[in-house]
Design a protein around this ligand. Sequence first.
Ligand code: NAD
Ligand code: WQD
Length: 338
Amino acid sequence: MRVLVTGGAGYIGSHTLLELMAQGHEVCVYDSYVNANPKVLDRVRSLSNGKLGDVTGDVRDAAGLDAVFSDFEPEAVIHFAGLKAVGESEERPLAYYDVNVGGTLTLLHAMDRAGCRKIIFSSSATVYGEPVYLPYDEAHPTAPLSVYGRTKLMAEQILADWSKQAGDRAAVLLRYFNPVGAHHSGEIGEDPSDIPNNLVPYIAQVAIGKRPALQVFGTDYDTPDGTGLRDYIHVVDLARAHVAALGYAAGNAGCQPFNIGTGQSVSVRQMVAAFERACGAPIPTRTAPRRAGDIAAMQADPSRAKAAFGWRAEHSLDEMMASTWRWQSQNPDGYGNG
Ligand code: NAD
Ligand code: WQD
């Protein structure tokens, strides 16, 4: 298929480009580079030896979108473009609504004008909020705890209403759990532009000597070792979920959410131990108070994605950490010196 990938130069998008191209899809990236380095596309091209289109543009720019729809004529869109920092979303709520909700609306209008009826959307497990039960299935109530989470839920609701119109519109909502890891080559990976907000990039920067120690946020949770539990998923597995979802969207109409996780939960302490195995050195840690807005435990029931489009996670925790370490040690400054 011809697939337009908004936000395709970002962390998850760049890994998805490789999986799409490996399956023979024709791909064009549409990205503003607000949180990405254009060098990533050179790396993707050399890893894939494939033809990859790219257009610099903003998802809120209707004319820019019309131009790419008219030139590339995509049959489907994978919509990664968005702002994703939970803390920042509380400080700049309107910016988050503008990009994540407004950008999605502008994109859907452009799709309608071009007659493009299939979209895969980057949603998040954060739409569930405080667990009523675990693992979360897709029927779990949604009550996001942050502005960021509300932008994702609103975009989901817009996509659901859009898909109900006449025709064979399909919106596949992928609710990612905690994406980590890097491509096995170590050539592409997560490249935070500032102090990392997330656990694994932070640990990686401690391991490379950029930061003195990891702060463990909360050691008094009601979990086996007192630290937070999350369902971490290898970014390559996540990327493959998009390719599988594309096939599903092509053959179906309507809107469905799917959890994309492993079904396992791992504690902060277990993550640190796994990273120490990968890098062969101790990771200094300090205990710190709970981080505002964090919940004790999250875990996916990923069975719906398996039943609908045959996807399941295949990479182990050690592979997540080994690939992160390969990326971080080969690229201590991310794409900065690439
Ligand atoms: P990322 O920041 O690396 O990628 C997002 C990409 O979108 C970047 O390349 C950025 O330049 C681009 N972008 C941002 N605003 C844009 C705009 N207005 N117009 C065009 N391009 C724009 O983030 P990621 O981790 O790859 O996440 C991709 C998507 O998945 C996001 O929508 C994010 O909310 C969602 N998501 C991420 C996680 C996670 O933990 N990484 C978890 C759940 C959901
Ligand atoms: C994981 C665990 C922390 C950093 C976030 C977003 C979510 C989704 C994925 C986009 C928690 C602990 C972390 C540190 C720590 N993103 N931790 N020290 O918060 O589960 O999810 O990213 O959709 O919406 O909220 O991920 O990696 O920040 O934290 O102890 O320096 O690691 O308390 O238990 P989180 P995370």
